[in-house]
Design a protein around this ligand. Structure first.
Ligand code: PEP
Ligand code: MG
Length: 589
């Protein structure tokens, strides 16, 4: 797993890499395998839900009147989404309201409306014309193997159904659960269904489609609901009421669990909870190895309110602030003042702890409509990260101004700037020069300017980069996808994109050596830092700062405290010598 998402509350994790739960022998338990989308293990009966899709017949009408009808219903849908978005703002995390804003943007898509209008002009009724165009679009994206596009199909269906319901005056019914706790099994849930889910009733989620970055997965993680996605059509063969075990870390659902398996899973759960409690108790202590070596443990955050959760979880710093949260799902780029308030708000919550602000990493799967990005065949190989920022200097400069104003209010060394997706020295130099111009213009104090190592070229040229960058932070999520040529969101191959593959570790090693030769420090903010075996190997490779997901933080600290640097160096050497990711995964200290 490569993603590190907002904190989830009821995640039972552990402070030593442990085997995943396996059903006791000789029982052969049925297993439905999907993709891990939200961690944790839960045991509860299954509730199976299949949404009935509304369909309308064509009732031809007079085009001008039908167009007016369409406009009226679209306006109503827009207002409904606005209400949902306002309600969702009350939920923690930025993802919720953003979903409805993205739906509003879909509703306003001029191409979509023009296509519907063209059918109306052929004397078809407005509801039927709308349904036709939505169905065509869903079909087109549904045929794609790409998980991100598959997620888009869910959004299109959701918005399509919302408008059809308004045309027909039908009231929507999502899953209505009887009292008690349930694991919900469904095709995929519309974002509007997800947002209404009661985390007390729905303790686990398994969907036939979707992917680990779909809205379903994002909301499940934000609410701490263990989830498995992309489990396939087997999900439709399940029966409501059967006792089940859902393992969100392994991406598995065991329906119809027998008594022996249930008892074994409960014992496993209790063991995880016990270890978690131990790790939590020591979360404010540093990650001091047994021979006195200290590793700085920071947190990755992507929203203002996550800064205080990070501090509560024991974070000594924020090693990665994903500033994209300010740039996505909106119609205009964020203003300088809005950004300044967000950055200083986070600094305030951190109470003087160091903060690394990564400039916006838009592009790839992160879309910002106001940047007018052209459609690309391979967006992950196209305009993203610092490449894109350098082509939108106006937006980039505003962000840099907001950051340097925040630097001016911070204590010395408290704020650092980091550029994402740096591939060439030319791009790094251009970004750094722009930052310097902005800084000088404001008369702000200088701060460290570093870069992410997320592309093999940057790792291979680390020595040259280290002469000009103040620090590196390795983004193993992207480094893995680019080193292994596996789309990090690929529904089938995503599982093979293991950040502990020796090829990735050798790139990390090269980056650490390059930085060391120039006296620069290296951190890791990719998912490998939140993986306990990963944290140990990275420490052994010489990384001095690990920035983890908030839920993983206490466990990473507890895990490192149990070992010496000498032992972890030995582990790292053995990992570098491995031939496969599986060999690395089989290592122990
Ligand atoms: C990474 O690529 O490892 C990283 C931390 O950046 P992101 O996950 O935001 O792409
Ligand atoms: Mg990245």
């Amino acid at each position: 797993m490569t993603s590190d998402e907002p904190p989830s509350e009821n995640v039972a994790r552990h402070s030593e890499p442990a085997q995943a739960w396996v059903p006791p022998e000789p029982v052969s338990l049925r297993v439905i395998a999907g993709m891990p989308a939200s961690p944790g293990m839960v045991i509860a009966p299954l509730f199976c839900f299949r949404a009935e899709l509304l369909a309308v017949e064509d009732e031809p009408g007079e085009p001008a009147a039908e167009r007016l009808r369409l406009d009226r219903i679209i306006a109503e849908a827009h207002a409904e989404l606005q209400r949902l978005s306002d309600d969702a703002d009350a939920c923690p995390g930025p993802a919720h309201a953003g979903i409805f804003k993205a739906h509003q943007a879909l509703l306003a898509d001029p191409e979509l409306l023009a296509e519907v209008g063209a059918l109306i002009d052929e004397n078809h009724g407005a509801p039927w014309s709308w349904q036709q165009i939505i169905d065509r679009r869903v079909d087109a994206v549904g045929r794609s193997q790409n998980e991100r596009l598959a997620g888009h199909a869910v959004d299109l269906t959701d918005i399509g159904q919302r408008v059809l319901r308004l045309f027909s005056g039908v009231v929507k019914h999502g899953p209505e659960l009887p009292p008690g706790e349930w694991i919900l099994a469904a095709d995929d849930l519309a974002p509007s269904d997800m947002i209404r889910l009661d985390a007390k009733r729905i303790v686990g989620l398994c969907t036939a489609s979707g992917g680990p970055t779909s809205h379903t997965a994002i909301i499940a993680r934000a609410r701490g609901i263990p989830a498995v996605v992309a489990a396939g059509s087997d999900v439709f063969s399940l029966t409501t009421g059967a006792p089940a075990i859902l393992d969100g870390d392994a991406g598995r659902l065991y329906p119809n669990a027998d008594q022996g398996s249930l008892a074994s899973a409960r014992a496993f759960q209790a063991d995880l909870a016990r270890r978690q409690a131990l790790a939590d108790a020591g979360r404010f202590r540093p990650a001091l190895l047994t021979d006195g070596h200290r590793v700085e443990i920071g947190a990755n955050i992507g929203a203002v309110d996550e800064a205080s959760s990070a501090v509560d979880a024991g974070a000594e710093s924020v090693g990665l602030l994903r500033t994209e949260f300010l740039f996505l799902c909106r119609e205009n780029a964020p203003a300088e003042e809005e950004q300044f308030l967000a950055y200083t708000g986070i600094m305030h919550a951190l109470g003087g702890r160091p903060l690394i602000i990564r400039t916006f990493d838009v592009g790839g799967d992160k879309v910002a409509p106001y940047l007018d990005l052209a459609k690309e065949e391979n967006p992950f190989l196209g305009m993203r990260g610092v490449r894109l920022s350098l082509r939108h200097v106006d937006v980039f400069k505003i962000q840099l101004r907001a950051i340097y104003r925040a630097v001016a209010t911070a204590g010395a060394g408290a704020v650092k700037i980091m550029f994402p997706m740096v591939t060439t020295l030319e791009d790094f130099r251009a970004a750094k020069a722009l930052a310097e111009t902005v800084r000088a213009g404001l008369g702000a104090p200088a701060c460290d300017v570093g870069m992410m190592i997320e592309v093999p070229s940057a790792a291979l040229m680390a020595r040259e980069f280290a002469r000009e960058a103040d620090f590196f932070s390795i983004g193993t999520n992207d480094l893995t996808q680019y080193a292994l040529a596996i789309d990090r969101e690929h529904p089938e191959l995503g599982k093979e994109a293991d950040a502990l593959h020796p090829a990735v570790l050798r790139l990390v090693d090269q980056a650490v050596r390059g930085a060391g030769a120039e006296g620069k420090w290296v951190g890791v903010c990719g998912g490998a830092a939140s993986d306990l075996l990963g944290a140990m190997i990275l420490t052994g490779l010489g990384v001095t700062e690990l920035s983890t997901s908030v839920p993983a933080l206490a466990n990473v600290k507890a895990c490192l405290r149990g070992h010496s640097l000498t032992a972890l160096r030995g582990l790292a050497r053995r990992a570098l010598a491995c031939s496969t990711a599986a060999e690395v995964r089989a290592l122990s200290v």
